[in-house]
Ligand binder design. Structure first.
Ligand code: ZN
Length: 448
């Protein structure tokens, strides 16, 4: 089907993630011109029909924080702590990130986007961080666009103590990117944003350009800066705060008052020993909460892993709180987690007017999950089957903006073997150029 046609998903268990529409034990979803036009039972339409019997139909997952350029470095920091990661990735001339060519960036972005699509993630906020030159940035965007994923490209500076190309400027180059991207409408798959840590000039530019901001907040001191920024009118609902580790209550209240969003990377934060994920604090402040996977160098990208890491982390925290006579907190539910992975993610990506639920009028980013499998059936609780039992092998069909990109468990029009070969070539080049095997390994196992 092309995006001008009609597509009817028939007879699936439909979780709309729209509180008004609710769920259908056996329902249909009609898609036309890239949009969801109707959700109900026994819909009649002249359309291509996908039989969804035995499948769960829901919005695609939305990943609100991911550095896709690192795809070739998968598991490189599997055992690392945060000091290992920050030192080896960006400190000193031999650091791995400084070895990236535009071609490495391209294959990382393309391979990373395909990995997300294959896993049922239809939107990614790519928090970039490999823009050493305009060519690096352009290569990143080219890889994203080729994949067909919906993406918010959060243009960010390259990080570390390297000498950047003197002709390159962050964030000023955003003007060139905006000019090059052209007009934005509802069907625009790749959108621009700005990204970094907490930075006054960047926040002011984003506000003036009406662009979203994705800001890493990794330590307590940045919380104090947020309080100051609120007084200066620099905070607003267009900002998504990543991690939010260790910040105090006043900073959380500033985020809450100004309508900010939060992206939590439960897997990466625990794996890197960065701090305790702030899920409970975000819930207490009523801040829209989403999940980001950060990087495959540290943690998995699929949302089944992400949802489980968050669910069990939060349940274990509540159990501890109840033991300590703090009965006001309630155990999180699998439905809460699934909402954060879909509609919450869309809020975190600043795209909830377009995606995140199967609401008629929204763009058709839809996935179907095969539940006629030994790891999912019988389906007594659909959200429970997804959050607690399924994995990427259950992802049957993936639709982005009305276009089928995965069907019967296979990505369409993608030579996976060729992509893997390019990523392997990129990985061996990056590692050999960095000579990073000689520095600061405290337990990291890598490719040598
Ligand atoms: Zn990050």
């Amino acid at each position: 089907m092309n995006s001008d046609g009609r597509l009817l998903l028939r007879g699936g268990i439909v979780l709309t993630m729209d509180e008004t529409l609710g769920d259908h034990e056996r329902g249909d979803v009609l898609i036309e011109d890239g949009k969801i036009v109707e959700v109900g039972q026994d819909l009649q339409a002249d359309a291509q029909v996908l039989d969804c019997a035995g499948k769960i139909v829901l919005p695609g997952f939305v990943n609100s924080h991911h550095h896709m350029f690192q795809t070739a470095l998968r598991s490189y920091w599997a055992d690392a702590t945060d000091l290992d990661y920050f030192m080896q990735s960006r400190t000193g001339a031999d650091a791995l990130f400084h070895q990236y060519t535009p071609e490495d960036v391209y294959w990382g972005q393309f391979g990373g986007a395909l990995e997300n699509l294959a896993a049922g993630t239809t939107t990614v906020v790519d928090t970039s961080q490999c823009s050493y030159t305009p060519e690096h940035t352009d290569a990143a965007l080219e890889g994203i666009r080729r994949s067909g994923i919906r993406c918010v490209f959060s243009f960010s500076p390259s990080l570390g103590d390297h000498e950047p190309d003197p002709s390159y400027a962050h964030p000023e180059d955003i003007h060139r990117l905006i000019d090059k991207a052209g007009a934005v409408d509802d069907g625009t798959l790749v959108r621009l944003a700005l990204g970094y840590h907490i930075d006054e000039d960047l926040f002011a530019l984003a506000r003036d350009l009406a662009l979203p901001v994705f800001a890493h907040v990794n330590e307590a001191s940045w919380g104090y800066v947020l309080e100051e920024f609120e007084k200066e009118g620099l905070l607003g609902p267009w900002i998504t705060y990543i991690h939010c580790l260790g910040i105090g209550d006043p900073a959380w209240r500033a985020i809450e008052r100004t309508g900010g969003k939060v992206s939590i990377s439960t897997s990466a934060e625990q794996s890197l020993t960065m701090g305790q994920p702030a899920l409970q604090t975000a819930l207490e402040h009523g801040v829209p909460t989403s999940f980001g996977t950060d990087t495959v160098g540290i943690a998995p990208v699929d949302f089944f892993s992400q949802m489980r890491a968050a669910f069990y982390w939060q349940r274990s925290r509540i159990q501890t709180a109840m033991q300590n006579d703090s009965p006001t907190v309630q155990p999180i539910s699998v439905r809460d987690i699934l909402r954060m992975a879909t509609l919450g993610g869309a809020q975190g990506a600043h795209l909830d007017h377009l995606v995140g639920s199967l609401t008629p009028g929204k763009r058709a980013d839809v996935i179907t999950l095969n539940a006629r499998t030994l790891n999912a059936g019988p389906v007594n609780h659909a959200a429970g089957a997804i959050v607690q039992h399924m994995d990427t092998s259950n992802v049957d069909t993936v639709i982005v903006d009305g276009r089928i990109v995965k069907r019967d468990g296979h990505l369409l029009d993608v030579d996976v073997e060729a992509v893997l070969q390019e990523l392997e070539r990129s990985a061996s080049g990056l590692i050999s150029r960095s000579r990073a095997t000689d520095i600061l390994f405290t337990g990291c196992r890598h490719l040598s």
